[in-house]
Design a protein around this ligand. Structure first.
Ligand code: URA
Length: 247
């Protein structure tokens, strides 16, 4: 982790805003290497310096990882002029968090939020074939022909020619003829723009609800409501690293 100013170190650790931290330093609440700090500008080496606030050692993690159940209506971006972003749901002072990949504004479900660029790259790069599984409600009756078409790979846009993208389509509930709806799981390895919706469009069907339920080894926790998030557990993090190192 790189060298950073004392006030930024404490702000990133969630102690307060930069101006609150300046006040805490004036009040003598902050020590660096057992000496009362007087200057918010001093440089901290997170690997070697010991920073304490009100006598509590403050350790700053290099990376943060949150699993979010993205609600509909939020954009998967760090900034947007028109709509709320997924980052507005995360209470963290870190300024370097970003969502790993994009879910459409109306798509719900699993979104990893982190500041770990290398992990994000591994999860998203088509070269690494990390599975992403979605639950979808589809207008029309999904048939075994559709399962075969998905398996063989569908051309979903000019940019995909000549490549096709094999995907696993599973019908998880019987077709509801009255509502004219099918309920499926789709597993893909890429993350092209509107990919799942465009695959169904290619077989003449329309996705009316989409939720990501799994990415690599990460599973959307059933008790996480839309809009809720929590830090990844150590176990989830370890398993995810193992999963991407084998992919
Ligand atoms: N495929 C889509 O069509 N939309 C998403 O949000 C994710 C995958």
């Amino acid at each position: 982790m790189s060298i950073l100013r004392l006030d930024k170190y404490l702000a990133d650790a969630g102690i307060g805003t930069r101006s609150e931290i300046k006040k805490y330093i004036r009040q003598g609440f902050v020590c660096v290497n057992c000496t009362k700090a007087t200057n918010p500008d001093i440089k901290i080496n997170p690997k070697t310096d010991q920073v304490s606030f009100k006598k509590q050692l403050i350790q700053l993690a290099e990376f943060e990882y949150y699993i979010l159940n993205k609600p509909s209506g939020y954009v998967s971006a760090t900034k947007d002029n028109a709509s709320p972003t997924v980052l507005s749901l995360i209470k963290s002072n870190r300024k370097d968090l970003f969502p790993v990949g994009r879910l459409d504004k109306d798509t719900e479900g699993l979104l990893l939020i982190t500041n770990d660029g290398a992990l994000s790259h591994r999860l998203l790069s088509p070269k690494h074939h990390v599975n992403k599984t979605y639950y979808a409600v589809v207008e029309g009756e999904v048939t075994s022909n559709d399962i075969c078409a998905f398996e063989q790979g569908l051309i979903i846009g000019a940019e995909d020619l000549p490549a096709a993208m094999p995907a696993k389509l599973t019908i998880i509930e019987p077709y509801n003829a009255q509502a004219n709806l099918s309920y499926v799981h789709v597993t893909i390895q890429e993350g092209k723009f509107h990919q799942v919706k465009r695959m169904f469009q290619a077989v003449g069907k329309k996705v009316v609800y989409l939720k990501r339920i799994q990415m690599g080894s990460l599973i959307l926790p059933p008790d996480l409501s839309p809009g809720d998030y929590r830090p990844l557990t150590e176990e989830e993090h370890k398993t995810l690293l193992k999963c991407i190192s084998h992919s």
